[in-house]
Design a protein around this ligand. Sequence first.
Ligand code: FNR
Length: 375
Amino acid sequence: AQAYAAGLMGQAPTVPFAVDALERAAEAAMTPQAFGYLRSAGSGTTEGANRAALDAVRLVPRMLRDVGERSLGIELFGRRLPAPLLLAPIGVQELAHADADLATARAAAARGVPMVFSNQASVAMEDCAAAMGQGPRWFQLYWTRSDDLAESLVRRAEAAGCEAIVVTLDTTMLGWRPADLDHGFLPFLKGQGIAQYTSDPVFRSMLARPPEEDMLAAAQLFTRLYSDPTLDWQRLARIREWTGLPVVLKGIQHPADAARVAGEGWDGIIVSNHGGRQVDGAVGSAAQLGRCVDAVAGRARVLFDSGIRGGADVARALALGADAVLLGRPYIWGLAAAGQAGVEAVIDNVIAELDLTMGLIGCCDVRDLGREYLA
Ligand code: FNR
């Protein structure tokens, strides 16, 4: 109602409500190279499949259920959250806005929505944490070729107040991204998006000269260490020696992998295909969500991303059995279009649409959103 009322008063929205217009606003605010970096792998069919899979999930509204009061809060790893929503780890945010991760961190903290700090952040995790006060935050790791460095990143995250560690498994190598290839664009080589490394004592000890004096050498070392394709289940288990925080595995698509995660006692999975940026031709992520939920069978928390564009999509993912979702590109579009205020507006709009959708389908508590609402 607030959003409609503001419009009736002639107030322009902070960022467009329509998601296509939001994306166009971001495009207008970014260089072609930077905007190209937001695009997907290959011909983009996986990004399309993500949308098609979500669009195939149809909700069946129920009537006359007194939906005057709705509750959106959930509990996740011991923390009460205002909505089943987190901000997905997204790297190199300086491409979207000069305030980069700091704007996102402040927006997340203002709304009480957890921010997942990216391994590829433009701002070191300690600086983002300082900007967030008591706001909830997690850290996302790409397992590097140096276990000492991976350990250091995880220990720093715990010290910076991160409440869970996400290990992203689907990016042992960078996807085939024609937009970046055509632009000859790899931000890391320019020293962009490597702040978690250049602020790390273990990484710095590997350099002849500090990154402040020789960024090229730091960037080159980063590309040599970045994400280890030899990682396997056995080596992953080492993380348990480095931290007692919940560990969530991101990039799960196959129910057999989901079952193994749960069987080995990991704390959660994120059913995700990286927004279609890794495997072109991969299955739409939402098509795998229900199968992964069944395979996990309540033994771990199940989160979802890849294609979430609004609150109705959050409702769809929850109806399939997700405990919460991660918002990806839309908040980066908000960041590009209007900085911190843009991220806040996008979060508000997603939560408002979720609240409205719940009321309209006859569901008062987000924790009750399940398969009985699916066609
Ligand atoms: C990402 N994503 C990502 N994931 C991750 O684990 N670490 C990272 O550093 C990044 N970086 C990143 C950059 C950009 C530009 C994009 C678009 C995505 C993937 C992200 O966490 C999430 O899985 C996807 O964004 C979900 O897809 P949609 O909803 O954005 O299409």
